[in-house]
Design a protein around this ligand. Structure first.
Ligand SMILES: Nc1ncnc2c1ncn2[C@@H]1O[C@H](COP(=O)(O)OP(=O)(O)O)[C@@H](O)[C@H]1O
Ligand SMILES: [Mg+2]
Length: 473
């Protein structure tokens, strides 16, 4: 034992210090379930917990097991203290608490599953699309299709009827070149609807048991995004990016643990099933609690660039029409900008997606590569357009920032050369705004900066106006 003897009063003092029962702790404890310190099961599964100092909880089963172990052993525990090698187990040395991220939100008692979106207040498709329009430029067809699909999905969740007419789930597949706004569209959608969203990369997934994330980890992420509230997570959106990377590998003799097997493994998730997921971690192991999440009402959106899919479509279309009187010319589809709209399930199969997988993604939306006009609009129109951001920054120094229309087109042209869609815009602007952001604050006489085409193309400088309107140029 410790070499200092406490008087009764002192001991009380010490204990008070150990259990920090602050107001904050109490409130947080109320919201989260207690978790057994030994087996890591939450209170809803393991039953009432026994409370030990330091906010450590042990479930009945584990407590019983320890007692059983003690009483059935050959060792006489009353002699324990005489053994010089035994030290007293000090509760204070234990980690203080199980981390919050591994705790589950308590289920509210006698409360029906509350739909996150009230079916009577569900915004109609045209309203959803109008909100999307504020952020996402172009992609009209995709925005329309997504608004309808999401509307129907949440109607289905809201009614939750299990009668003879069961509304089927409208999981989505988004196809579009890189930087065309796939991820952005989904992010915006989740923000508008205020539902939890998890974004994962299909490339990091592997079949269970192999290096990489288990397929179920996507649900785990959603649970974290929903603040460990199972009910909320069960109505969220999961976006799986780079889905084209898990296409079946052609002529491979090895076991394909990150391609076809992942597609196979996702089938059940997409359709709706109970999955056991780790709370607050990406993989199941002994140290994290598990919980069950039903994926029936989770909206899955898969997205990918599907390079060369157009080629497959073109080949199919040409083959179909190459015989008889209706035969087409070989180059008929060569300049067809809307070839992706003609993509069929058959083409996706040829690409390497398994039929069962595509079958579970009934809504297919395609996005187009952004052209110069659209890129210019993206620069200036959306709510948080890049130009607006810079204008705001400079406005804080009371400097006006203006871009010539020609300059914007020059930026868009350079972005198109990079072939990464709208993603290139930011990098290009950063590059030449650097000098401006550095030089302008030096001189408090500067009142206005106009970015010109010449400045973008490196043949001239920006137009600078002083506060007393003299043009320097
Ligand atoms: N149609 C669009 N309208 C407005 N901004 C866009 C659009 N497409 C892309 N962007 C911008 O480009 C960035 C990258 O787009 P992202 O959605 O990540 O591309 P991807 O299609 O490869 O997922 C977004 O963060 C957004 O700022
Ligand atoms: Mg993306």
């Amino acid at each position: 034992m410790s070499d200092k003897e406490y008087t009764n009063d002192e001991e009380l003092e010490v204990n008070k210090g150990v259990v920090e029962e602050t107001e904050e702790n109490k409130v947080e404890d109320d919201e989260y379930e207690k978790v057994c310190f030994v087996c890591h099961r939450p209170e809803s599964t393991a039953g009432k917990m026994i409370e030990l100092p330091n906010r450590i909880y042990v479930c009945n089963d584990c407590m019983q097991k320890s007692f059983d172990a003690m009483s059935s052993g050959r060792y006489d525990f009353s002699q324990l203290m005489d053994n010089p090698n035994v030290q007293i187990f000090n509760m204070d040395d234990l980690p203080k608490d199980i981390p919050k991220q591994q705790k589950l939100k308590k289920k509210k008692e006698d409360e029906e599953v509350v739909p996150l979106i009230d079916i009577n207040n569900l915004p109609a498709p045209h309203k959803i699309k109008a909100s999307l329009d504020e952020y996402v430029i172009g992609q009209e067809q995709a925005k329309k299709a997504m608004s309808v699909a999401v509307y129907n999905h949440y109607k289905r969740v809201g009614t939750d009827t299990m009668d003879d007419i069961e509304i089927e789930k409208s999981n989505m597949l988004m196809i579009g070149p890189t930087g065309s706004g796939k991820t952005y569209l989904v992010k915006t959608l989740a923000k508008i609807l205020e539902v939890p969203l998890a974004i994962t990369d299909a490339t990091s997934l592997t079949e269970a048991g192999y290096i990489g994330d288990d397929i179920e980890s996507v649900v785990s992420k959603l649970l974290a995004a929903a603040g460990n509230d199972v009910q909320k997570a069960e109505q969220g959106i999961i976006f799986i990016d780079e889905i084209d990377k898990i296409a079946k590998k052609k002529n491979s003799s090895q076991r394909d643990v990150s391609g076809e097997s992942v597609q196979q493994g996702m089938l059940k998730l997409l359709e709706g099933s109970d999955v056991e997921v780790p709370v607050g971690a990406n993989s199941k192991n002994a140290m994290v609690p598990l919980t069950t999440v039903n994926t029936r009402n989770i909206l899955f959106i898969c997205g990918g660039a599907f390079p060369d899919l157009e080629k497959i479509t073109k080949e199919r279309l040409l083959k179909k029409s190459s015989i008889g009187f209706g035969a087409d010319l070989k180059d008929k589809y060569d300049n067809d900008k809307n070839l992706l709209d003609k993509v069929s399930v058959e083409d996706l199969r040829t690409f390497g997606m398994i039929p069962e997988f595509i079958g579970r993604l009934p809504v297919i939306v395609t996005l187009k590569a952004l052209d110069e006009e659209m890129l210019v609009t993206i620069l200036k129109e959306p709510r948080n357009a890049i130009l607006k951001q810079y204008q705001k920054l400079l406005a804080l120094d009371e400097v006006q920032l203006e871009f010539n229309e020609e300059a914007l087109h020059a930026i868009a042209k350079r972005a198109i050369e990079k072939d990464t869609g709208a993603r290139a815009l930011r990098a290009i602007i950063e590059e030449f705004m650097l000098d401006i952001m550095y030089e302008v604050p030096k001189d408090s006489n500067i009142g206005k900066v106009i970015i010109t085409k010449e400045y973008i193309e490196g043949t001239g400088g920006p137009v600078i106006r002083l506060r007393n309107q003299n043009v320097i140029g």
